[in-house]
Ligand binder design. Structure first.
Ligand code: FAD
Length: 716
């Protein structure tokens, strides 16, 4: 190995002050702490007894770059962490391969109006995800408003038509071709940067999450780096050669205050003076839940209705919002990866993981100090498919010539990678087992084979575990402090001949909570999860009640303000989730004496007796809604020819068209790939058949409905 496993062993005492993940300045204990370093890649400053008043972070990124001697800044607009991962990978490549000092920056933390003061020998990267209906990610909203403004105000007062003519930039967009506004954020950023005179280096990159985002990212780099080198006058020899530079320092703590160790908590602990807690995406709430099964189709799918109690918190939601659930990894995959990395015996060892260069990557990738077990179980996505780049970085650590050759082949040969890694849905632990020729379910023969991999490389290669989102299936008007979600378990065999089963991380976690608390056994075996949560915070010792970490995300998917207009909803399968909330809300409005327009719900599933979600609730709700409102069902496995919601929609074309003429709203929820597209085509065809429009005019009509908020989608 180029770098010894574990860069540092901290022998001192971490202790007296509160160790808070986010409170960087308070991090290390007393001046009497002793530190022994086995590597020069990370040094610990143990002399920070004084607590300087926290200064306001500098928002002028050009100033920060100059203070830190950076030539590149890599901004990311990220919702689920992928763009952020890509930004970190590019920063590393910049400095390690080309010797150009780069910093990674959350675009929300800086004021981009200073862009016009960027010297022309500097470069700004934009790694921008497109979200929802062509929108920027939450953290990119300010930048988006600046750039798309008709008269953007950059910092220099003598603004011209081309205020950014000194700026050189690189752009890569992350999108999904299933959506209409494919990569619109990356494209719009590129367009406006050029409009303001900035010069792009290389071609704009675009990645398709519906195809192979990772391959698109790698392919784009093949031409981007040469253009980058030419523009900056650098080459591969510009970097100082030598051992791999660690991005993170990893210290195993020998002495520590157990009370300060994170065992899987997502947010930093609060001190007692912080009375008011604000729960959000950075600080999920451990909410008590109650689950019930809304169908069991006799096969391998279970669908759970989850009631989440948010009473007594400042959390609120609106009908149509999303609830995010922070999952736990199952222990089979935790142990698999730990075993192959030789960490099985050390799972409870306390470690401190910290960026070597805090400006180049996130200072603390997860709460610290923590344990290997908590990292594997709660903080990193051990079930994710590793990228080819990640596999490349592990080649040097393969224990035998044969395993090295196999790993190199997977890393360098796209087809081989697709066959054995991405199509086979193998996670990192499984890939490392595979290259050792070990295909057993547990990691026995391959145990410790990759023990020489420095742990910081694992932190670098494996992305953070992300929350899973669910369309809220309750109405906030009916139940303001109770959020419901409707989740179907995911389980599949990526390749029947391999006889491997892949289990969805979060849905199987929820299913196991349900089985344990309600003592349900379906006679099948699942990978086991630890349900206790950090320090037993989630499961009561007698398993009588359970909590899960959640937060709420606002969505644009909203009923019309005027309840008297017609509403058309199309939601097959779990796509019906938000419509349970919508229908309940409209029934409540009706009960309250409001004028409620015709409410039509198209629902589809396989079988009326097996997977018909909330079958027992609909009749009473539609009774309340009264004449003109109806639920129209499509059961695909009950007839010789499969009938889907689109077909049922076609049968009611005239009626739906009439509703649209009355100002009706269309809502579509569920599968983004096929269903949502087919439903859109069906509505376009209504505009042709019943509205007498030609194809272009019909498409424009539907587009206009979308723009005015009368055609809304909540698809995934
Ligand atoms: P994961 O471990 O995350 O696995 C899911 C991944 O597995 C998928 O991304 C896919 O790439 C892969 N995969 C799935 N099937 C196969 C296959 N056959 N072959 C190869 N790869 C495969 N879900 C609901 O049940 N109800 C909802 O109301 C709901 N609402 C959502 C709303 C939004 C806005 C979004 C973004 C998603 C919603 N989802 C909903 C989906 C939900 O967030 C999770 O993705 C889902 O529950 C699976 O999570 P998991 O952790 O169990 O699976």
């Amino acid at each position: 190995p180029l770098v010894a496993r574990l860069d540092l062993i901290l022998l001192g005492t971490i202790g007296l002050g509160a160790i808070a993940w986010y409170a960087r300045s308070k991090f290390f204990g007393t001046s009497s702490d002793k530190t022994t370093s086995t590597s020069s890649s990370a040094t610990i400053n143990s002399n920070t007894t004084s607590k300087p008043a926290p200064s306001k972070p500098e928002r002028n990124f050009v100033k920060v770059m100059q203070q830190q001697g950076r030539r590149c800044i890599i901004f990311y607009g990220s919702q689920t962490g992928t763009a952020e991962d890509y930004a970190s990978r590019l920063a590393k490549e910049c400095s390690q391969k080309y010797g150009v000092s780069a910093m990674v920056a959350d675009i929300e933390l800086y004021d981009l109006s200073y862009m016009d003061t960027l010297p022309d020998d500097h470069v700004v990267f934009f790694i921008m995800a497109t979200y929802g209906e062509g929108e920027p990610t939450d953290n990119a909203v300010d930048f988006w408003e600046l750039l798309t403004n008709d008269a953007p105000e950059f910092s220099a007062s003598d603004s011209t038509d081309t205020p950014l003519e000194n700026v050189r930039y690189i752009v890569f967009g992350l999108g999904n071709k299933t959506y209409e506004h494919y990569n619109s954020v990356g494209r719009t950023v590129d367009k406006h940067m050029q409009q303001f005179g900035a010069q792009r280096i290389g071609e704009r990159g675009e990645g398709d999450d519906d195809g192979s985002l990772e391959e698109d990212f790698l392919t784009w780099q093949e031409t981007m780096w040469p253009a980058f080198c030419q523009a900056l006058g650098v080459d591969e020899n510009s970097a100082q050669s030598g051992p791999r530079q660690a991005t993170f320092g990893v210290e195993e703590l020998v002495t520590f205050d157990e009370a300060l160790v994170y065992h899987g908590e997502i947010a930093e602990r609060l001190n007692s003076q912080q009375a008011k807690v604000v729960y959000d995406a950075k600080r999920p709430y451990n909410a008590p839940i109650v689950t019930r099964e809304v169908f069991q189709d006799g096969g391998d799918r279970h669908c759970l209705h989850v009631d989440i109690d948010i009473s007594g918190t400042n959390l609120t939601y609106q009908t149509g919002d999303h609830v995010a659930v922070w999952p736990t990894n199952n222990d089979v995959e935790v142990h698999r990866l730990a075993s192959v990395l030789g960490l099985s015996e050390k799972l409870d060892t306390v470690v401190l993981v910290k960026a070597v260069d805090p400006a180049a990557s996130k200072q603390y990738p997860f709460p610290a100090p923590t344990t290997y077990r908590a990292i594997f179980r709660h903080y990193i996505d051990v079930c994710a498919i590793p990228s080819r780049q990640a596999l490349t970085s592990l080649v040097d650590y393969a224990p035998t010539e044969e395993s090295k050759a196999t790993l190199l082949k997977l890393a360098s040969d796209k087809d081989e990678y697709r066959h054995a890694v991405s199509d086979a849905v193998r996670n990192l632990g499984e890939v490392l087992q595979y290259v050792m020729g070990d295909t057993s379910a547990s990691a026995t023969t391959s145990a410790s084979s990759f023990a020489s991999v420095p742990f910081d490389l694992i932190v670098e290669c494996v992305s953070r575990l992300q929350p899973r989102y669910y369309s809220i299936s309750s109405s906030s008007k009916e139940h303001p402090t109770l959020i419901s979600a409707t989740a179907v378990t995911l389980e599949y065999k990526p390749d029947a001949s391999l006889e491997r089963t892949v289990y969805g991380v979060n849905t199987n976690y929820l299913w196991q909570i349900h089985s344990k608390v309600n003592q349900v056994d379906d006679g099948r075996s699942y990978p086991l999860y630890s349900l206790d949560g950090p320090r037993g915070a989630l499961l009561a010792p007698d398993a009588s009640h359970v909590k899960i970490p959640i937060h709420v995300r606002r969505s644009q998917f909203k009923l019309p303000r005027n309840s008297s207009v017609p509403v058309i909803m199309v939601g097959p399968g779990t796509g019906v989730a938000p419509f349970r909330g919508f229908v309940r809300e409209r029934a409540l409005q009706k009960k309250d004496g409001k004028s409620v327009g015709p409410t039509t719900l198209f629902f589809g599933c396989r079988h009326s007796q097996k997977d018909f979600l909330y079958a027992d609730e609909w009749p009473a709700l539609f009774d309340t809604l009264g004449e003109g409102s109806q639920m129209i069902t499509a059961f695909s496995r009950e007839t010789d020819q499969k009938v889907y919601v689109q077909h049922r929609l076609q049968e009611h074309g005239q009626q739906m068209w009439d509703y649209l003429q009355q100002g009706g709203y269309i809502y579509v929820c569920g599968d983004a790939k096929n269903m949502a597209r087919d439903v859109q085509h069906t509505f376009v065809s209504f505009a042709q058949i019943y509205g007498g429009k030609d194809e272009d005019a019909a498409n424009a009509y539907i587009k206009q409905l979308r723009t005015s908020g009368r055609y809304q989608e909540d698809v995934w």
